[in-house]
Design a protein around this ligand. Structure first.
Ligand code: SAM
Length: 392
């Protein structure tokens, strides 16, 4: 089913290229309950992308739009004034629920086209907290670092900042880990729906049947009931630094988390409390400005603390500050790989003592603010880091 809803003038200008229209009568009722793709047409021609961030609609426009709380934020493809350009704007609703024809058509296309299927899977690998990204990719990265320092498979693991779905925990439990504590400040699932787990099992059986040798012991099925993995302990909606989980662990890890924690001191202190002498911890830390990973990865270092307060999604600590905290809380770094911006414009994985001409120049450093101006060019050029530590 597809239906059309015309947007009626006058539209309110919301700054820049953004205009706001009231939701047409019946629209919100129509989209409640089922899954719809909401398109925007200008004079009968589709524009987009939809679900755009409102600031991007204001700043860049170019047809971006968003349906939000009974209102439609939108922009003209040529950034003309939507109130005065005389063009007709309408929303089109296309039912994409699982039992709709559109859904079946798209699903058939995906199953049958290896190129599209592979594209979907490779995108899933890149997404945070995704099944391929965590169950397969992150698991391999952790194993690589454990092997590099000659460590055995840990038995009792705590993960800081696992995300909403602890896929990595499920994987480690299937690999023989006895206790896996998954923590996050966001809600964390403690059970998994049965159907996707059945699919995951089938995938594992095709890729490497040994992955399923402990499946029934870890993921006991009960018809279509959600499954609680045996050995998984979840602590959601609470900062790791405030948890009381004891010290019965031999390994702790975090993936893309330590750049986000707002009380790094408290988090490093708690990590130290969780582990005993000789225990290991591994962190993958992305030190880039998350608003612009590739184009301006250090853009946020040009903002004062006051200016950055409005964003505040990362703590902006540099690698030297993480190393200092590790040392302060009783950890020796036993293996480290740095992803460093080089003077050739490329990004290179190097050891901390390996020479490389840093990409950040003195002129660039001049543009940074406060404490960042006194840091070494190498420190500032380090864009992400993987660090394995041992507790002293
Ligand atoms: C970029 S996501 C990474 C998620 C997951 N580790 C992955 O690799 O897919 C960062 C996660 O850190 C969590 N986080 C941030 N501060 C935290 C804290 N103080 N304690 C626990 N989790 C935290 C966030 O809620 C978010 O889920």
């Amino acid at each position: 089913m597809s239906s059309v809803f015309k947007l009626e003038r006058p539209f309110r200008n919301d700054g820049g290229h953004a205009f706001v229209a009231q939701a047409p009568a019946g629209l919100m009722e129509a989209i409640a309950g089922r899954s719809y793709y909401v398109g925007l047409n200008e004079n009968g021609v589709g524009v987009g992308p939809g679900d755009a961030i409102h600031q991007a609609i204001r700043d860049s426009g170019a047809g971006r739009y968003s349906v939000w709380n009974n209102s439609i934020w939108f922009s003209a493809p040529d950034n003309s004034n939507c109130n005065e350009n005389g063009r007709e704007y309408e929303l089109t609703l296309t039912d994409v629920s699982r039992d709709s024809g559109v859904y079946r058509k798209i699903a058939d296309t995906i199953y049958q086209d290896d190129a599209i299927l592979l594209q979907f899977v490779s995108q899933n690998f890149e997404r945070n907290n995704s099944v391929f990204g965590n169950f397969f990719r992150s698991r391999s990265s952790v194993e690589l670092f454990l092997k590099r320092v000659g460590a055995d498979m840990p038995k009792r693991i705590v993960e800081v900042g696992c995300g909403a779905t602890p896929w990595l925990g499920v994987r480690f439990l299937l690999d023989g880990v006895e206790r896996y504590v998954a923590t996050d400040i966001m809600k964390v699932a403690s059970t998994f729906p049965a159907a996707p787990l059945r699919d995951l099992k089938l995938i594992c059986q095709q890729i490497d049947v040994s992955l399923t040798s402990r499946w029934d012991a870890v993921l006991p099925e009960n018809g279509d009931e959600p499954i609680a993995p045996r050995g998984l302990e979840v602590h959601g909606e609470v900062g790791f630094e405030t948890l009381d989980i004891g010290d019965d662990f031999d390994f702790l890890m975090s993936l893309a988390v330590l750049e986000h924690v707002m009380d790094p001191d408290g988090v490093y202190r708690k990590m130290s409390e969780c582990l005993g002498t000789g225990d290991l911890m591994l962190h993958f830390i992305d030190l880039r400005d998350h608003r612009s990973f590739d184009e301006r990865p250090l853009g946020f270092l040009e903002m004062t603390a006051e200016e950055y307060k409005a964003i505040n999604t990362e703590n902006r600590l540099r690698v030297s500050q993480h190393r200092a905290l590790m040392d302060q809380y009783g950890f020796d770094i036993i293996s480290e790989s740095d992803h460093v911006l080089g003077a050739d414009g490329g990004r290179h994985w190097v050891g901390p003592d390996e020479a490389i001409t840093p990409g950040v120049t003195e002129a660039m450093r001049e543009r940074f603010t406060g404490e960042f101006r006194s840091m070494s060019l190498r420190d500032l050029s380090t864009l992400s880091v993987a660090v394995m530590c041992r507790k002293r």
